[in-house]
Design a protein around this ligand. Structure first.
Ligand code: OAD
Length: 257
């Protein structure tokens, strides 16, 4: 696409946002890629190109090999711990000066939106920095502060201090329900939105992937930011091609914020 065409599309998106009363945002792994956190479905560098989700991201995989799964999440925690928000996260946070409390629905398990300053982040797939009892023995979720525990790391995850069974990362695995309150809040924000920014998601994992359709059905304009095609592209009203770390600051500048 020519620079002029791209410029015009960004102006159109900015115009639509300028007239918006209730925007919402849906983000995926792409928004954190420029912070050094790998996406899932990138053909070469994506996590699912190197690892099998069925061996690492299901309750059955954890039961079968808790040490393998725990260690893999420790590796990913390490990647996230050192990551910093990038200009895409920063621009989204800056949008709150125009739209206080802008709902940022994310599939990401990092906290880079919060670090950038977004105040209303709805985590659909959990938080990788947290851990919980595998059986949620004290109610859902039974969060456990593992920094307070001592255990033999060669043996796998620590034991729950309440029931003695395994502790696991507080993320949603394949085959599990999403946290009900977060999903309901995300659904309401999508139904109420008059503009939805869809940033850096392949749109392949439901129910998160259904939210742009929910918003559009309720009358919202969909603005997608992604360097590639996604399952959302065909229903997007405006598609801004490029990495969010470049496009989001340009969109913010076009808004005049
Ligand atoms: P994916 O890895 O499926 O998709 C990442 C998307 O980001 C792709 O469409 C890329 O084209 C796009 N992308 C890459 N670089 C980008 C950039 N710099 N700026 C903007 N976009 C960029 O990640 P998700 O859609 O988030 O779930 O994946 C959804 C879920 O699948 C994850 O939450 C995870 C995974 O399995 C669970 O673990 C439950």
């Amino acid at each position: 696409m020519s620079d002029t065409a791209q410029h015009d599309l960004i102006q159109r998106a900015a115009e639509r946002l300028r007239n918006s009363q209730r925007p919402a945002v849906l983000t995926g792994a792409g928004v954190s890629k420029e912070s050094g956190v790998p996406t899932f479905r990138d053909a070469v560098e994506g996590l699912w190109a190197k690892y099998d989700p069925m061996e690492l991201a299901t309750p059955g995989a954890f039961r079968k090999n808790p040490k393998l799964v725990w260690d893999w999440y420790e590796y990913r925690r390490g990647l996230v711990r050192t990551a910093q928000p990038n200009p895409g996260h920063d621009a989204l946070a800056a949008l709150e000066s125009r739209f206080p409390g802008l709902p940022v629905i994310t599939q990401n398990v990092d906290d880079l939106h919060e670090q950038a300053g977004s105040t209303n982040v709805i985590h659909l797939h959990g938080n990788i920095a947290e851990s919980k009892c595998f059986f949620d023995c004290q109610g859902s979720p039974t969060l456990i502060d593992v920094s307070q525990l001592e255990w033999d790391k060669e043996n796998g995850p620590p034991a729950c201090p309440h029931c003695g069974r395994w502790v696991r990362p507080n993320v949603v695995w394949y085959g599990e329900m999403l946290p009900g309150d977060q999903l309901q809040t995300a659904m309401l924000a999508s139904q109420r939105a008059d503009v939805m920014l869809v940033i850096g998601t392949s749109g392949l994992v439901s129910p998160a992937a259904s939210l742009p359709g929910v918003a559009r059905h309720a009358g919202a304009t969909l603005i997608e930011i992604n360097p590639d095609y996604s399952a959302i592209t065909r229903i997007a009203d405006i598609k801004l091609d490029g990495p969010s770390g470049e496009i989001m600051p340009r969109l913010l500048a076009a808004l005049g914020d």
